[in-house]
Design a protein around this ligand. Structure first.
Ligand SMILES: C[S@@+](CC[C@H](N)C(=O)[O-])C[C@H]1O[C@@H](n2cnc3c(N)ncnc32)[C@H](O)[C@@H]1O
Ligand SMILES: [Zn+2]
Length: 1012
């Protein structure tokens, strides 16, 4: 190693950073960058911040102090949490965390309540507090300081998770406390008074100048944004121009000071006002009574092939559940079609009729006239050719079309309008921007759902005419899309299902007209194309509109609003959809924008393939699309179709298409090759003491093995790996340690020439695994554990990779060959085999708390598996996956017979009674273990309600009983620890007998030598 180790190479507070990342993810739309626009898989800013600090901060001789300081800088220590606290704590929460003496100091409490609770009877005291919460009030006349003191006392007693609920995110705040900085500077030998000063100072110390953070897959821009905010130089590049726009906006817009942000907002207002004025002048949204339309609901219509009736299509005719509004189909004999009535405040019978009249069911059209169903694929006339390939039957729309032709399968029909009636004194434009809530009895906005009348239909025609007049001109100017949809995994769907071949066809005339007029006004009002800030922000706002105002926007009849196109990662076509009037657009167009005011110096953003990067950075932090299922290139084309011409004008040096062929995704040989190329290039553009962090989200050992080979062949050496739980799905972090996470691999340049063979490195790896786990153990905090089993296992991976990639070559591993092999899940490559071995070694170290480590090492794999499984159950982890993973780790193949339940989320091991005497000394390995015999002894004791029976059984049945006594005692003692666990009542009785048995066996024939 060329210089001092960094903090992140020695340790990382994974548990706290996971919790903070999770909190950030959960913040949804109010995350710092999400307001700028849609991106998939943005990395949490706190994770990036911690990684950068971890790279810059040197590891000292005192890892405990290092950790303390690291957490202090990130405001993740007790003081930091207290400073970040921005929500009030309720009295009952405060009370719950106070002692009796404290309660008496701060609260008014009837003395008689507590006569029974002597001070040390905590439980009784807590109970009394709980039952009498309403009688307990803070003393009158408590000073502010006293109140604060009391709150702080309680706050500091809460768990990290509970405290987080009351806090801002660390990336939303700044550490300003002078004493804290003094302590930090003392430890690090620095003179900083802010995070920016600190990172710059540490950077200069390491490199002689302020270092740059590079990211060649910048996407939504998290990494460059955080690096810039921390005061570092930034070099960002990204293949996709929409990613480029977002990265650019994060850096150049969010860094602006208040007054500049204000100008930007004013510009947005100006554009909106101009649009609203134009729409008013056209008279396309207001009816004769002066009502304003907020939403228009459209459906498809098609001819039933059986009875030739025209049938309106929708999977549900509910319009608004809040107001019991429904659409009712009424057959019109003369026209052989259906009239649609909109009924607000529908009666029960009407609602039932509505629910029965869904015309799209299970992929088929249901005709309310003749009651026949016709599969949609039949309507579309989809077929297969003579070779069995699918042929899609719909007519494909031509380049300039924006309406279906009269004989197309799917017609479009406006069936309902949500009108609003203004009842307050706001001006019209104020009202359009923000309606008074309807809950306001006197002035609240009155909503009205109505079927379109003749005049509404005239306005529809007017919209079409207006669009027709300007269609060509607007396409040429780039106000509406003109590009063709390229077939692809996601993009083929609208082509096949609707015949839409051009991006503008995903929008109806009303949507095209409104979105187009926005861009026209943007171009008019922005002085010229140098007003980049205004233009970029407007483009991003327009993208948000496109996402909410397309034919792919579902109508949410529960919330009375239109949904996003990208509520998931697909371009799903719909049979009925919502269209916004300008009054439903303001909230999206002028969404909130918070200034973050930071200095931006030396920041460069390129749009290009990562393979051709030519920039140097001291640190590369990347989050590659490796083994990632997101089709960034396809999904973004929906937006790029709108942005294209503007991007070309604002950034003449950029291209404006998604460069599909260059996009990296998935796995397999060609991806591996591209990844090697990219990372070799990055290694070449980094000084010898530079470092990299690669983030990725895959837990599959085979993907790991490939990625290792890739990074290794790129000339990089793994120095550490940490797993951060960042995903919000599946109920969150509390479920256990088995949530999806992001792995951070820390890498340096490989400088050695040394080579070795696999058998030579095996021992070295074992030692490294041990060393790594022991050092993590040493750092562990009993009160607030940082590492879980999963982290120790990952550490084993990391240690293995560290050793392997520390050699230039391992003689018998043919990297090129391994990376070219298809991964079929069967053959295990040499790296995977080595990884699996390391995992075994690690499992030797996963000793349950308070289990004798010497005895542990001598247990069989099955016994360890059972005991660790009991640990899982104790901590309420009951997913099958957790057990399977553990079985794999211990090398236990068959364990079904050990389980009481195999239901995915209710897994646990059998109790002694559930085992009974079946499967004792059977064919499976567990049935022959000492632990199984101990369990049997418990069962005997339970059955006879006498522990003597259990001991007698042991003495008779266990071969070599006297020599195995210590182990038996340890096993029984462990099983007895389940006696008082709230969610394990089924273990109460067996645990009690286990406890008695421990006594009996311990006192059995005292004096006999025992040496298993
Ligand atoms: C996982 S995302 C990065 C997300 C980003 N870290 C964030 O926080 O938003 C991976 C990115 O790599 C980009 N990408 C794919 N192929 C690329 C290539 N050949 N060169 C550069 N970037 C590429 C994708 O467009 C995508 O934005
Ligand atoms: Zn019919």
């Amino acid at each position: 190693m060329t210089d001092q180790q960094s903090f992140i190479e020695v340790q990382f507070p994974v548990s706290k950073i996971s919790k903070e990342s999770y909190k950030e993810r959960k913040a949804g739309q109010s995350q710092t960058l999400t307001g700028l626009g849609k991106w998939w898989g943005r990395k949490p800013l706190i994770l990036v911040r911690a990684a950068i600090l971890g790279l810059l901060m040197p590891a000292s001789e005192d890892p405990v102090k290092d950790r303390e300081i690291f957490l202090k800088i990130l405001m993740m220590d007790a003081d930091g949490l207290w400073t970040r606290k921005n929500k009030p704590m309720k009295n009952d929460v405060i009370l719950e965390n106070l002692s009796y003496r404290e309660l008496k100091r701060y609260f008014e409490a009837p003395a008689e309540l507590f006569t029974e609770c002597l001070e040390n009877q905590e439980k009784l005291f807590k109970q009394t507090v709980k039952e009498n919460i309403s009688l307990l009030m803070p003393k009158k006349g408590l000073s502010r300081a006293e109140k604060e003191e009391m709150t702080k006392l309680a706050f500091n007693r809460m768990s990290y998770d509970d405290r987080l609920e009351y806090c801002q995110r660390p990336e939303e705040t700044q550490l300003e406390n002078e004493y804290a900085w003094k302590e930090i500077n003392n430890h690090l030998g620095t003179q900083a008074r802010s995070l920016v000063e600190l990172t710059r100072e540490l950077g200069v110390r390491k490199f002689g100048h302020v270092p740059a953070v590079g990211d060649c897959f910048s996407g939504g821009g998290s990494i460059p944004f955080e690096a810039a905010r921390m005061g570092l130089k930034v070099y960002a590049s990204e293949l996709n121009p929409l990613g480029g726009l977002l990265t650019w906006a994060g850096l150049n817009i969010l860094s602006l000071p208040d007054d500049e942000i204000k100008k930007l907002k004013d510009f947005q207002e100006k554009v909106f006002d101009a649009v609203a004025k134009q729409v008013e002048a056209w008279g396309i949204e207001k009816n004769e009574k002066g009502w304003m339309a907020k939403y228009y609901l459209y459906c498809n219509e098609t001819v039933c092939p059986h009875c030739k009736t025209k049938v309106p299509m929708a999977p549900s005719w509910w319009v608004s559940k809040k107001t019991n509004t429904i659409a009712l189909l009424r057959y019109n004999e003369a026209k052989r079609q259906f009239d649609i009535d909109i009924v607000q405040g529908a009666a029960k019978g009407q609602i039932e009729a509505c629910e029965k009249s869904s015309t799209v069911r299970d992929g088929a059209l249901w005709c309310p006239k003749c009651k026949n169903t016709t599969p949609i694929t039949v309507l579309r006339r989809d077929d297969v050719d003579k070779d069995g390939n699918p042929v899609y039957g719909l007519r494909r729309w031509g380049e300039k079309e924006f309406l279906p032709k009269a004989d197309d399968v799917f017609q479009e029909r406006l069936y309902a309008i949500r009108y609003m009636v203004k009842r307050d004194s706001k001006t019209e434009i104020e009202f359009i921007k923000k309606q008074t809530p309807s809950s306001n009895r006197k002035h609240g906005t009155h909503y009205h759902y109505a079927a379109p009348d003749e005049n509404d239909l005239k306005r529809e025609q007017k919209v079409i005419d207006l669009l027709k007049e300007r269609f060509d001109e607007w396409q040429a100017k780039g106000y509406i899309p003109s590009s063709k949809i390229e077939e692809g995994y996601n993009t083929s769907q609208p082509i096949r299902e609707r015949g839409w071949q051009y991006w503008h066809q995903l929008f109806n005339p009303r949507q095209l007209l409104i979105l187009g007029i926005f861009l026209e006004q943007v171009e008019i009002l922005a002085f010229n194309f140098l007003e980049k800030i205004f233009l970029v922000y407007s483009l991003l706002s327009l993208n948000a509109l496109a996402d909410r105002s397309s034919k792919l926007c579902r109508w949410d009849n529960g919330g009375d609003k239109g949904q996003q196109v990208y509520y998931n990662q697909a371009l799903n076509t719909l049979y009925n959809y919502a269209t916004r009037g300008v009054s439903a657009i303001y909230e999206i167009w002028a969404s909130t924008l918070e200034p973050h005011s930071f200095m931006l110096e030396n920041c460069k953003i390129d749009i290009m393939d990562a393979r051709i990067n030519e920039n140097n950075s001291e640190f590369w932090i990347t989050d590659p699309p490796y083994a990632d299922a997101v089709n960034y290139h396809e999904l973004t084309e929906f937006f790029l179709a709108w942005d294209k011409k503007f991007i070309e004008k604002i950034f003449p040096e950029w291209y404006a298409d998604s460069k599909r062929v260059l996009a990296i995704k998935g796995t397999g040989e060609s991806f591996n090759q591209s990844m090697i190329e990219i990372y070799r290039n990055l290694a070449n553009h980094m000084p010898d003491n530079g470092m990299q962090v690669v983030m990725f989200t895959h837990q599959d050992p085979a993907v790991w093995a490939d990625l290792t080979l890739i990074l290794w062949s790129a000339g990089l050496h793994v120095t550490a790996a940490w797993n951060i739980a960042t995903e919000t799905e599946s109920g969150g972090l509390k479920e256990g340690n088995y949530v999806k996470g992001t792995v951070l691999l820390v890498l340096r340049k490989l400088t050695t020439e040394a080579t070795a063979f696999t058998d030579e490195v095996t021992f070295e790896i074992q030692e490294e695994v041990k060393k790594q786990i022991e050092s993590m153990r040493g750092l562990e905090d009993k009160e607030d554990p940082n590492f879980s089993d999963a982290d120790y296992l990952l550490a084993a991976y990391a240690a293995t990779l560290k050793v392997l990639t520390g050699y230039k070559r391992i003689g018998d591993i043919n990297v090129a060959y391994e990376l070219s092999k298809p991964r079929d899940g069967k053959a295990i490559g040499p790296v995977e085999a080595i990884l699996n071995n390391a995992i075994r070694t690690a499992y030797d170290y996963l000793i349950p708390q308070a289990f004798d480590s010497f005895i542990w090492k001598n247990l069989s794999a099955e016994e360890r598996f059972f005991i660790k499984g009991m640990e899982l159950e104790k901590s309420n982890v009951c997913q099958l996956g957790a057990y399977q993973e553990m079985a794999r780790g211990f090398g236990v193949k068959e364990f079904k017979d050990m389980l009481a339940s195999t239901k995915a989320n209710h897994v646990r091991f059998k109790t002694p009674a559930e085992f009974g005497n079946r499967w004792l000394r059977g064919a499976d390995p567990f049935s022959n273990t000492l632990l199984r015999q101990a369990i049997m002894a418990i069962y005997q004791s339970e059955k006879e309600q006498n522990p003597q029976a259990g001991r007698a059984w042991l003495k008779n049945e266990v071969e070599d009983y006297w020599n195995k006594r210590t182990t038996i005692i340890e096993l029984l003692r462990y099983l007895s620890t389940t006696e008082h666990i709230d969610h394990m009542t089924h273990w109460k009785s067996p645990a009690t007998y286990a406890k008695y048995l421990v006594e009996l066996v311990t006192n059995d024939g005292v004096g006999v030598v025992d040496n298993r």
